[in-house]
Structures are given as structure tokens and as C-alpha cells.
Write a protein that binds this ligand. Structure first.
Ligand code: 13P
Ligand code: SF4
Length: 313
């Protein structure tokens, strides 16, 4: 699609500011195409968390994603100055798992390891033994060697993990979910499969089990991207937020076709970040956009994140 002049001008303005102020701009796969185009790096939660472990040679980081992702980067880079373009870019799933729910579950099941999805806020992360992402949840749980774990907040990811590992998951909270991914329904996917019988169906593990069951591949966003890049097939039905379909079309394109399993799978929270807000946060550096995690919480959360890296290396 041809870019409007306004978008291009803003992108150029940000690119100049990025250079003159030595700014690093990582972005999640669900950011808008115009943000994806100017990002220094794009990735899923695991790739963005791993980035945080590396030396980032920048004076300031502008993290384009939702709160828990920016916090993860701050936890792993305690000395970095990290801004988010819109502090209201919050993940509703992370809000479903406040710290007190985790401490209550721990008191009820003192012998079980606590595995939390990175889609949690720092205070909850600090209560976990180990974190996981959609890319490595099954690997983390298997590596623990326990036949039962406390797992939260996503009940669908928990079901995916149970299916892959045979390890029982006790949900924390009872029914955490992603407001975007639970809207996919198997009927729509089956209809698309009828229309495109040679298409491969890829869905995110945050989708309901009935949706996962009609898919060929259940994977994180970047795992889906890599799968379609490497595949010899030509048509792919994509069951996740539309930003990933944008990235596939832009980066892979060619003779491959990407069919969204739903055109309305849009994470409004991710999409709160805009080019205007990125430009303004660089110029004004408002304190409310600065990601701050108190060190007593960050220290514990860091231990749980590092346990994830250790178990999956
Ligand atoms: P990924 O880590 O697979 O990119 O997922 C993040 C997320 O928020 C999914 O809704
Ligand atoms: Fe959270 Fe779902 Fe948005 Fe991912 S897509 S950030 S889990 S609300």
C-alpha cells in the first residue's frame, strides 16, 4: 500500500531523532506496519527478552509493545532508561494475575513449582520460580521434572503445555485469557480450510483448545514467522493478531499468501503505540512513560527470568 506523506514524514523525523539521540527501538510483532518499518528489531516476547540480556549500545530505549514486555526489558537491564510510547498500552491478561492471586495459590500448593507466563507484571513475576513465553512454555515445564506445576495466567497456554508434556497444570488464576485470541473460533478456521484446502493453519497457543485442535501448527508469533519463511507451501492461515500478518506480507511476500484467520484480531492495547507518540516520547521524555521497576521486585523477577534462560539453553 502506498504510504501517505504524513506517515513517511513522521518516520523520517523519528529516524533522525533516533540517530542524533542514540536511541534503540525494539518492537513486538503486533505493532503497526509503520512502526515495524522503523524498528531496530522486531520479535516475539522471547526474542525481545533475550535482547535485553545483550549489551544494548544506546542512551535510551523506546520499547514498542505492551507494559509487561517493557518491564521485562527493564528488569533485565536495570541501568537502562526505557520509555514506552503510551503507558496505557497494558496487556489485560497480565492484569488478570495480580501478585496476591499467586501468593494465595502458592500457600495452597506449597510443594508445586510456580511457572508464570511473561504476560504478567513485575510484582507477579517476583513470585514465580521460573518464567516462560509462548515459544518455550512446554520446554520450561518439561525441564522442571515435576508431574504438576502452578501455571498462569493463560489457561489456553496451560492446556497446550499439558498436551505437549503430560504435566498437570494448576491454573493461576482459574481462567486467565487473552481477549484477542479467545475470539478465534474453529468454525471460521474450518470454513477457511474448505476455501483454501492446501493452506497450512498456524495458531497461537493463547487460542482456545478447539482452535488449536484444528490447526497444523501451534506456535509463538516468531515461530510462526520462521515456519512460513522455511515452508515450501504457498498458503497459510494465520491465527493471531493481524500485526504478524503485516510482517509476513512485508518480509516474506513473494508467491506466498497469508490469510488472517480473523481480520478483526486486533490488540487495541498494542496498537495504542503510534508514530506520533514515539516522536513525542523522544522529544519530551515524560516521566510517566519511563518504565520503573523497584529493585527489590526486579531482583526476584530477574531470578525467575534467568531460571527460564537456564532451563532452556
Ligand atoms: P508472542 O511471545 O508469541 O509474540 O506472544 C505475545 C503475546 O502477547 C501474544 O498475545
Ligand atoms: Fe495481551 Fe492478548 Fe494483546 Fe497479547 S494479544 S498483548 S496477550 S491482550
Amino acid at each position: 500500500m502506498p504510504k501517505g506523506n504524513g506517515v513517511r514524514k513522521l518516520q523520517e523525523e523519528i529516524l533522525k531523532l533516533k540517530k542524533s539521540e542514540n536511541i534503540f527501538l525494539p518492537a513486538h510483532n503486533y505493532q503497526t506496519p509503520e512502526i515495524q518499518e522503523i524498528a531496530d528489531v522486531l520479535g516475539d516476547s522471547l526474542e525481545l527478552a533475550k535482547l535485553a540480556q545483550k549489551e544494548i549500545d544506546a542512551d535510551l530505549i523506546v520499547f514498542c509493545g505492551v507494559d509487561f514486555m517493557a518491564e521485562t526489558m527493564a528488569i533485565l537491564n536495570p541501568d537502562a532508561e526505557i520509555f514506552i510510547p503510551d503507558p496505557k498500552a497494558q496487556c489485560p491478561m497480565a492484569l488478570m494475575c495480580p501478585k496476591n492471586i499467586v501468593t494465595k495459590a502458592k500457600a495452597e500448593h506449597p510443594d508445586l513449582p510456580v511457572v508464570l507466563y511473561v504476560n504478567t507484571l513485575a510484582e507477579a513475576k517476583a513470585e514465580a520460580d521460573v518464567m516462560c513465553t509462548s515459544a518455550n512454555a512446554a520446554k520450561v515445564v518439561k525441564a522442571l521434572g515435576s508431574d504438576k506445576v502452578l501455571f498462569g495466567p493463560d489457561a489456553n497456554l496451560a492446556a497446550h503445555v499439558e498436551k505437549k508434556t503430560g504435566v498437570k497444570t494448576v491454573p493461576v488464576p482459574e481462567d486467565g485469557y487473552c481477549i484477542v485470541h479467545v475470539r478465534f473460533i474453529p468454525e471460521n478456521i474450518l470454513e477457511l480450510k474448505n476455501k483454501y484446502p492446501d493452506a497450512v493453519v498456524l495458531v497461537h497457543p493463547e487460542c482456545d483448545m478447539e482452535v488449536q485442535e484444528v490447526a497444523d501448527v501451534v506456535a509463538s508469533t516468531s515461530q510462526m514467522l520462521n515456519y512460513v519463511k522455511d515452508s515450501k507451501e504457498k498458503k497459510f492461515i494465520i491465527g493471531t493478531e493481524i500485526g504478524l500478518v503485516d510482517r509476513m506480507r512485508r518480509e516474506i511476500g513473494g508467491d506466498k499468501t497469508f490469510i488472517p484467520a480473523s481480520e478483526t484480531a486486533i490488540c487495541r492495547n498494542m496498537k495504542r503505540n503510534t508514530l506520533e507518540k514515539i516522536r513525542d516520547v523522544i522529544i519530551n521524555k515524560p516521566p510517566e512513560n519511563l518504565i520503573k521497576v523497584p529493585e527489590n521486585i526486579a531482583e526476584k523477577a530477574r531470578t525467575a527470568l534467568e531460571a527460564m534462560f537456564e532451563l532452556t539453553k
